[in-house]
Write a protein that binds this ligand. Sequence first.
Ligand code: CTP
Ligand code: MG
Length: 389
Amino acid sequence: MLCAAIVVAAGRGSRAGEGLPKQYRAVDGEPVLRRTLRRLCAHPDIAEIQVVIHPDDATLYAQASAGLPRLRPAVPGGADRQASVLCGLEALAETPPDLVLIHDAARPFLSPALISRAIAAARDHGAAVPGLPVTDTIKIVDEHGHVISTPDRAALRAVQTPQAFRYDMLRAAHAAAAQGAQAGLTDDAAVMEWAGHRVMVFAGETENVKLTHPTDFAAGPARAPLTDVRTGTGFDVHAFGPGDHVMLGGIPVPFTQGLDGHSDADVGLHALTDAVLGALCDGDIGAHFPPSDPQWKGATSDRFLAFAAERVRARGGVIAHLDLTLICEAPKVGPHRDAMRARIAEIVGLAVDRVSVKATTTERLGFAGRREGIAAMASATIRLPDSED
Ligand code: CTP
Ligand code: MG
């Protein structure tokens, strides 16, 4: 079943205080919206993502979404969340998906497992939302603050996103609510309830908070300290062949020859990918992208490195540093070094001052010295959450 995601990011974040709208503020050095989108892009069962933005935020959005795959052009939202969701649903109408997830831009900590649960629940139930049992006792009060009643806590759920639906059902319900001037519904489950549909609640996640108030940004969410520091190394060689450029460190470098290989033969990115996988003890590039598999023929190697970086994030970790050494007599690396660093940093989502590219010759000795090919070695330092053992 084809599944799309809509990310609503058209709000102003008025409760989050002065400054940029909250979805564009940085958490751990990365805009909230980018973190949200990366999580959704990386999920194999989400075919495309429709982001809904505020018309004033086009530049901020272009920066926050640069280089991410499977994003449709953003569309402008409406006056409230309900209106913004309808804008996203209408944008998907020409090529309607079977299922749609609606997610708040302001919830950047959703896990791959939560996305999988949402998709499965939509497939099985047509309308489903993640929820958690509440820990506080909830009171219903009147306008003076006097308690009217105390609902049974066992029956209460605090509901989150991604909320997951059959696309046609949700679109019809939202269109009917808009036509019937039924505004002010604060989530999509409420729209479906209003339209008379049954909505199922599946298990949400405590980490999946909606960043709302200034303190949510000041403190950041509580997370395990990243004290499990590891280093991995990688090495790769490709031979020269016919061509007029080589892919090296993620960029095309004009040259009198090309590099032979099943993929684009970017020896530098291959060594870096193996270094990251090595630090994770997670096999090597050939185990994840077998050369025997025709789908990797001619593949650009940025996807291999992006995959390895996502494996670090999926373990709750970060890449601290990457160091690449290219070994060849030619082409000259120096003039391209900073472009390579910038591209590698972009692929893995790291600051450029954490990426090093160096080069050396072998004094005309060996295969590199005879100009038969290029070798690359790399190291990656990563930090993972401290494990119990
Ligand atoms: N949202 C939207 N369009 C609106 C209002 C909200 O797309 N007109 C989005 C927000 O960007 C957010 C999500 O809906 O990702 C949940 O809304 P909320 O947390 O209330 O965000 P804001 O409305 O931006 O914040 P506030 O209510 O504090 O102004
Ligand atoms: Mg709001």
